[in-house]
Ligand binder design. Sequence first.
Ligand SMILES: NC(=O)c1ccc[n+]([C@@H]2O[C@H](COP(=O)([O-])OP(=O)(O)OC[C@H]3O[C@@H](n4cnc5c(N)ncnc54)[C@H](O)[C@@H]3O)[C@@H](O)[C@H]2O)c1
Length: 260
Amino acid sequence: MERRFAGRVALVTGSAAGIGEATALRLAEEGADVACLDIRQAPNRATADAALAHGGDAIAITCDVREPAEQEAAFATVMERWGRIDILVANAGVYRGGPLADIPLDRWRDIEAVNLTGVLVSNRLAAPIMTGQGSGTIVNIASMAAKTSWPNSAEYSATKSGVLGITRSAAMELGPQGITVNAICPGNTLTDMVRQVAEEIGADLGMTGAEWLAMRAADTALKRLAEPGEIAGVVAFLASDDARYITGQAIEVDGGLVLS
Ligand SMILES: NC(=O)c1ccc[n+]([C@@H]2O[C@H](COP(=O)([O-])OP(=O)(O)OC[C@H]3O[C@@H](n4cnc5c(N)ncnc54)[C@H](O)[C@@H]3O)[C@@H](O)[C@H]2O)c1
C-alpha cells in the first residue's frame, strides 16, 4: 500500500474497536505514527501492537474522552513523543436510545459528554498544535443520524448534529492556517456498536438483531452494510493531500441509505 502518511503523526480516539481500530490500522499501514486513545486498555493495546507491525511507531493511551484533563494529558504525551500531530480522528462515540419522554437526563449528559464534549475537546486541543505547525487535518466521525433521524434517537441525533456544527465552525476558523476539518457520516457499519443497537431496536420492533440489520441493509442502494475498513478508507482520503481543498464537509458514507 502507498505510504501517504510517512513521517506524519495521527491521533485516533476510540481506537480499541470498530471504525477507530480500522482507522488506526489503515493510517499505520500508510506509514503514519499512531497514537491510539481509548477508555478500554487491553483491546486498545492490541490495536497499537497491530499498528506497530506496519513498521512505524504506535502507542496506546488509556483515555476517557469525557474527561478533558485525560485528553489533555494524552495530547501532551503524544507531543512529548513526536512533537507534532498531523491527523486527528475524533471517533470515540456511544449510542444510547429510547423514547423521548423517558430520556433520563443523566444518560443524556453521558452521551453528550462522549459524543459532543469529547469531540469538542479533541478539536480544541489539536487546534493550537496544528496552527503552530501551519498544517494539519481533522476528521470528526459523526453519523447519518446527523442528517436524518428515526424515532427514539433524539440524544444520538442531537450529539451527531452538534459534531457537524463543530466541524463547520472549526473549518472556517482554522482554514486560514492551512488546516482542514471535515466530518464523516457513516451509515450502519458492522461493529460492536451496531450489533448492540440492532439487538435493542430489533427487540422493540419484535425482530432479532440479525433481522434488523438485514432490513437496514435492504434500505441502502448497495444492499449491504459497511465494513469498518470502508469508513477508514474515507478517513485516509480526507487526511491525505488529495483532499487538501476539501474542508467543512460532512461526507456521507452510507451505501446510499439516504436515497431510500
Ligand atoms: N457502527 C455504526 O453503524 C456507526 C454509524 C454511524 C456513526 N458511527 C460512529 O462511529 C464511531 C465509532 O463507532 P463504532 O461503531 O466503531 O463503535 P464501537 O463501539 O465498535 O467502538 C467505539 C470505541 O470507542 C470507545 N469509547 C467509548 N466511549 C469512550 C470514551 N468515553 N473515551 C474513550 N473511548 C471511548 C470504545 O471503547 C470503543 O473502542 C462513533 O462515534 C459512532 O457514533 C458508527
